[in-house]
Structures are given as structure tokens and as C-alpha cells.
Design a protein around this ligand. Structure first.
Ligand code: UDP
Length: 236
């Protein structure tokens, strides 16, 4: 692997800036490598701690990136600071730019049908250079047709927005179908569609994106408790 890592609760995060990571991915694309990216936040780290099968699965990824300020803070508390957040959303957006310039083949799987329809509209409009090999919403019962389509089209980038742990399980099961950069992107299609808003930059800069999301979607409160729980475990 091209990067050294810092382990936070047994999960090895790549020690790289977004720029360094993207440069590596460009090389991987140029050399037609098959790559599995996991962008892990505190919730995922805690989930892996309680689910050995999932933990084993993500340890098999090529790159695990720190998706969230909680992981950065933890690395600092452990006196092995990671340089910065490398989020699924930002990485996906940067890869879409590359795909647009380099006419790469892209496949999208995930989110609700109306969300995916908007995403496809946006991509066709804003990224005319992308060759959209195919797409599907994330509420399929049977993925045989999708997987066969991916095998036939041989996309170079595959984004799976199915939420964890489903997206990582799905990627691992299908990784051999095409040599591509495979990345789980969580709720990123919802944001890209414009149907869900990301926190304004002000909130992001204050590292309060999580608080903004809580205000918008209070039902996520239980999930958000993962962050203080995670920090408490790290301090211990
Ligand atoms: N999702 C999906 N299929 C499922 C369950 C979820 O496509 O069976 C999608 C959901 O519509 C959303 C994303 O997966 O777009 C998960 O979003 P969430 O915000 O929960 O994920 P996170 O970003 O927190 O991992």
C-alpha cells in the first residue's frame, strides 16, 4: 500500500491529505487497478468493533479514509495525528471531475429511485464528459441484473450509496466483476441530488456539520450518540 496508516480502535486509516489520496487514485485508474475504498466515520468504527465480520471485511479494503472530524480528533488524542478528513462525498465529487475530464466510465448504485433520477440528471448536465455506464437505485431485491450489467460494461468507477454495512458488503461481493475504484458513499447521492442539503460552509468550517444535520433530522439523534461514545472510548 502506498500510504502509512494510523490505527484508531484497530482500524488502519491512511495517513494522507485529500490531494495525496486523489493522486494515488489517479495512478490506480491509469494502471487499471482494482481498488476498494472505505470512508469510515466514528459510527462505522464502533460498528466494526461490535461486528467482527464487518470488521474483517473493511480490513480487506485497499484504503480506509477518515470520514469525519471525530477520527481526526481521535488520531490527535493518540498522538499520531492524521492530516485531514478525507470524506466520501468530497472524494466522490473529485473523482466525478476526473471522470468528466478523462471520459471515464462510471456506474452508480444506491439511494431512493427519485434521488437516483435527479443524480443522473445532474451528472448528464454537469459532467458531459462522463460515460455513465449504468445506474440503479439502492432498493433492489435481487442484484443479479445490476451485477451482470457491471460485468458487461466494465466501468472504471463504481459508487455504492447503500449506507453501511450494506454498501461495503455489496462491494466486496462484486469487486471481481470489473477493475475499478469501488467506493461506498453513504448518503452522498442524497446530497448530490440536491434533495438533501449539506451543511453550509460556515457550519462545516466550525466542524459542526453533525450538529446541523441533527437540527435538520432530529431522528438521527440516536445515531449521533456514536460520536461522544467513540470519543469517550478513545480517551479511555
Ligand atoms: N439506502 C439504499 N438502500 C438501502 C438502504 C439505504 O440505497 O437498502 C440509501 C439511502 O437511501 C441513503 C443511503 O443509503 O441514500 C444511506 O444514507 P445514510 O445517511 O444513512 O448513510 P451514511 O452517509 O450515514 O452512511
Amino acid at each position: 500500500m502506498a500510504f502509512s496508516t494510523v490505527s484508531v480502535m484497530d482500524i488502519p486509516f491512511i495517513k494522507a491529505t485529500s490531494q495525496e489520496f486523489l493522486a494515488q487514485l489517479q495512478q490506480d485508474i491509469d494502471h487499471q487497478q482494482n481498488r476498494f475504498i472505505v470512508t469510515a466515520n466514528p459510527e462505522i468504527v464502533l460498528y466494526a468493533r461490535d461486528h467482527p465480520d464487518y470488521k474483517k471485511l473493511i480490513l480487506g479494503a485497499d484504503y480506509i479514509t477518515p470520514d469525519g472530524i471525530g477520527i481526526i480528533k481521535a488520531s490527535q488524542a493518540l498522538k499520531q495525528p492524521l492530516p485531514e478528513r478525507v470524506t466520501g462525498y468530497d472524494t466522490m465529487m473529485a473523482l466525478l471531475d476526473k471522470a468528466n475530464q478523462q471520459h471515464l466510465k462510471v456506474y452508480l448504485v444506491g439511494a431512493k429511485p427519485e434521488v437516483m433520477a435527479k443524480v443522473v440528471e445532474k451528472i448528464q448536465h454537469n459532467y458531459p464528459g462522463i460515460e455513465l455506464s449504468g445506474y440503479h437505485d439502492g432498493y433492489f431485491k435481487d442484484d443479479q441484473a445490476i451485477v451482470a450489467d457491471i460485468a458487461a460494461k466494465q466501468p472504471q468507477l463504481v459508487f455504492a450509496g447503500l449506507g453501511y454495512p450494506k454498501q461495503e458488503q455489496w462491494i466486496q461481493a462484486n469487486l471481481s466483476k470489473t477493475k475499478a475504484i469501488w467506493m461506498g458513499v453513504g448518503g452522498s447521492f442524497d446530497v448530490l441530488s440536491g434533495l438533501t442539503k449539506r451543511a453550509p460552509k460556515f457550519w462545516q468550517d466550525l466542524h459542526l456539520e453533525w450538529f446541523y444535520r441533527f437540527l435538520k433530522e432530529p431522528t438521527r439523534f440516536k445515531r449521533m450518540l456514536a460520536i461522544p461514545k467513540f470519543m469517550w472510548l478513545i480517551r479511555k
